[in-house]
Design a binder for this molecule. Structure first.
Ligand SMILES: [Zn+2]
Length: 290
């Protein structure tokens, strides 16, 4: 064989392999319409704003950590939870087990948005079995079911009002299409699977394919990308102090600030912001650049 023919063949084989690799790479992208880029130390800037924070704010917001070491703060949930069965206008695309299932109107709205998206994918048998539980209800559950199944009153995320148990009317959640869809997509709507199978050592809670927690965007996206549960995510923010992230073409900067006393903090970014405590020692400020 002539040398140039051989070279041409090698080139053809290589370019075929390259194109094939790129194609399989690209075929993944449509599933992940949300792209993330992280920047751990943002470039110093004169831009920014100052906000007043109080110690109370450590115990308010969507990122509060509640587990066996961190009880629900004394003031309880910020929003009133209503019985969904008695507010049928809130039952959008899902059903409830009975009239004891309570959620805040805001959370019911977030849930409706998520299940509407699942419905477009043909997944539409969502059954909500539990939402907000007051401490009395939690106490009953703890006594009836025992420590294996329920946390003592004040230590369950359900007492915080930001968690819900989502089932399927078709099958157990670990095999139901509803469970699979949520596992892959809940983060796009601000929810996270709170007790995944591979994190029982971190959460101290067995795998619960039905228990979802609202943390909001972009936090759910960063947690999903980094395979982190809330315990790990709050540690990560504390360690990095600033994270920049792009989700669906929107840019967010997330900052952690320790709070020991009432005072002011300087946020080195511009845009609209949200603030949440971590229920431990500080606050997370999320700036949405506009
Ligand atoms: Zn639960």
């Amino acid at each position: 064989m002539k040398k140039w023919v051989f070279c041409l063949l090698v080139l053809l084989v290589l370019s075929y392999a390259f194109v094939k690799f790129k194609a399989s790479d690209l075929s993944i992208i449509p599933l992940h319409k949300i792209t993330l880029t992280e920047e751990n130390s943002p470039t110093p800037t004169d831009r920014g704003f100052t906000i007043k924070v109080t110690q109370e704010q450590v115990y308010q917001g969507d990122l509060l950590l509640v587990n066996q070491d961190h009880p629900v703060p004394d003031q309880g949930p910020a929003e009133e939870a209503v019985s969904l069965a008695q507010h049928r206008e809130l039952l959008q695309g899902f059903s409830v087990l009975d009239n004891t299932v309570r959620l805040s109107e805001r959370l019911a709205g977030k849930l409706a948005e998520m299940v509407a998206a699942a419905g477009e994918d043909g997944v539409n048998h969502f059954l909500i079995t539990s939402g907000y539980r007051d401490e009395q209800r939690q106490d009953e559950l703890y006594r009836q079911m025992g420590a294996e199944y329920a946390m003592p009153a004040g230590y369950s995320e359900h007492n915080l009002g930001l968690s819900l148990d989502i089932g399927s009317s078709q099958a157990e959640m670990n095999v139901a299409p509803e469970g699979q869809w949520l596992k892959e997509n809940a983060w796009r709507y601000g929810f996270v699977l709170r007790y995944p199978e591979n994190k029982t050592a971190v959460t101290g809670i067995q795998y619960e394919p039905w228990h979802f927690r609202y943390v909001g965007l972009p936090h759910s996206a960063i947690m999903q990308k980094n395979d982190m549960v809330l315990e790990e995510y709050l540690d990560y923010l504390k360690d990095k102090q600033a994270v920049k992230v792009e989700v669906n073409g929107q840019t967010y900067q997330v900052f952690y600030f320790p709070v020991t006393d009432d005072g002011t903090i300087r946020v080195p970014a511009e845009g609209s912001y949200e603030i949440s405590g971590n229920n431990r020692d500080g606050v997370v400020v999320t700036v949405h650049e506009e």
